[in-house]
Design a protein. Structure first.
Length: 460
């Protein structure tokens, strides 16, 4: 908040000066050029507020949750997300445009801040930190776009997305996945080298960059790197899993920003912020858009604390998703947890299993499950297929409604077959593995504006 007020004050002061000196200064009166807005290192630090402010990952959570097998339609739904839930994907669906636009807007802001920061003393740790945060955010956004708009995450020559390393108006072509991976990993390496070792969960940190590197490596099927970067976070960062009595605190935003418990990186939300929980129900009138699927709820045992935290029942006796219902600043307003330690454990466990290191994979799963279930059964370590299936189920249970399920099914080469009791109001029942709709369409706005853009297969 201090940075927000300080930056607002700076804008007002500069704007006032410009108005008084209008005969001499011909700059536009309704904007501030970089030379005026960023006159000190403190101004550069304040400018990062604008980069974080545009990073809206709500759409990723909404699309992945609605398109997966984790939700079922409510009779009160008046059209919210129904097309996506029924896999009626077209390039004109607004959510696909929102995701594309928001991620590239944030990338552009990060690129602009990198240009500004480079004009100051790049050996000053404050400038290094800003640049590191920008590299992290640029990598995060490009990888989110890769997850959504590409199919085979380890196909070297497959189409990726345009990697934008500069703020420029252009008509970029789609880079290959190899090129995107190379650039994303280079950005994260820069971030790790530049950022200091102070921790706070609401800004990018060295720990967050290592966690994201582990995620990227898992998707790339570089299991050695996934294990290495995950181990750096698990074994060297001082982070810890929330224990069984603290799981609800994750979703109540009750952990302090500097407390190294569970939440590695989150997008903080305040009163008036977009409400993440509105994906499932209307905070203003209580109308229910989606209920948790029976299929998902059946995955939890009676002694699994996550079931009590993630699900509930409203005043009309309808089952509800409570994971993002908000507990502090307003109904359905909750910080978006972009990276959590539990995911890092799951990343390392999956990488171990894929390398047939089944004992190590089971140990990571057992460590996680012991903080969620009072009497957990042991994870299997007898054969790879059984261990991988168990990992996939545990990942679904832990990361429900966090933007992973639909994309996980895609990268595992699995399809969706919803239960009959979950499709009473839906036309989307089964989506076969490898269906082109596991890749989202490039938005129509982008196709119209960029002659060099190539549409994904199935949407032409």
């Amino acid at each position: 908040m201090k940075r927000i007020f300080k930056y607002t004050w700076l804008v007002l002061v500069v704007a006032s000066f410009m108005a008084c000196d209008s005969k001499l200064n011909l700059n536009p009166k309704d904007s501030i050029i970089d030379e005026d807005a960023f006159q000190s290192i403190e101004d550069v630090q304040d400018g990062m507020i604008g980069v974080y402010a545009s990073l809206n990952a709500h759409t990723v959570v909404a699309i992945s949750s609605r398109a997966s097998d984790d939700l079922r339609l409510s009779a009160q739904n008046r059209g919210q997300g129904i097309a996506i839930h029924n896999w009626e994907f077209t390039a004109s669906v607004g959510e696909f445009y929102s995701m594309w636009r928001d991620m590239y807007h944030t990338i552009d802001r990060a690129n602009r801040m990198l240009e500004v920061a480079a004009k100051f003393d790049v050996e000053d740790q404050r400038i290094k930190q800003v640049m590191g945060e920008c590299y992290f955010i640029r990598a995060y956004c490009h990888f989110e776009l890769m997850r959504a708009y590409t199919m085979n995450f380890d196909a070297a020559d497959a189409m990726g997305v345009p990697f934008m390393a500069n703020s420029v108006i252009s008509n970029p072509v789609r880079d290959s996945q190899t090129e995107v991976y190379t650039n994303v990993k280079a950005d994260l390496q820069e971030a790790i080298a530049l950022m200091n070792d102070e921790f706070t969960s609401n800004i990018a940190t060295e720990i967050a960059a290592n966690a994201l590197m582990a995620r990227v490596a898992l998707y790339e099927r570089n299991y050695d790197d996934a294990i290495a970067y995950a181990s750096t976070v698990i074994d060297q960062s001082g982070m810890r899993l929330a224990n069984i009595d603290e799981v609800e605190k994750i979703w109540d935003d009750a952990f302090a920003l500097n407390e190294k418990a569970e939440v590695i990186f989150k997008l903080s939300r305040v009163e008036g912020s977009p409400a993440l929980g509105n994906i499932f129900s209307d905070a203003s009138n209580g109308e229910l858009y989606f209920s948790p699927s029976n299929d998902l709820q059946n995955q939890y045992t009676a002694d699994d604390v996550r079931a009590d935290v993630y699900f509930g029942v409203n005043s009309q006796s309808n089952e509800t998703v409570n994971k993002h219902d908000g507990k502090g600043v307003g109904p359905n307003i909750v910080d978006l947890k972009a990276l959590r330690l539990s995911e890092v454990f799951l990343i390392r466990a999956e990488a171990y299993i894929m390398k047939n290191m089944l004992t190590e994979g089971a140990e990571d799963l057992n460590n996680l499950r012991s903080t969620r279930i009072s009497m957990p059964t042991a994870a299997p370590d007898s054969d790879q297929a059984t261990a991988l299936a168990f990992l996939q189920e545990e990942r679904r249970r832990e990361l429900a409604y966090e933007g992973h399920r639909y994309i996980d099914l895609k990268r595992w080469g699995l399809g969706i077959k919803r239960l009959p009791e979950d499709t009473e109001l839906a036309s989307g029942i089964e989506l076969e593995a490898g269906d082109f709709r596991f890749v989202f369409p490039i938005p129509q706005n982008e196709m119209f504006a960029n002659d060099n853009m190539e549409q994904n297969k199935g949407y032409n």
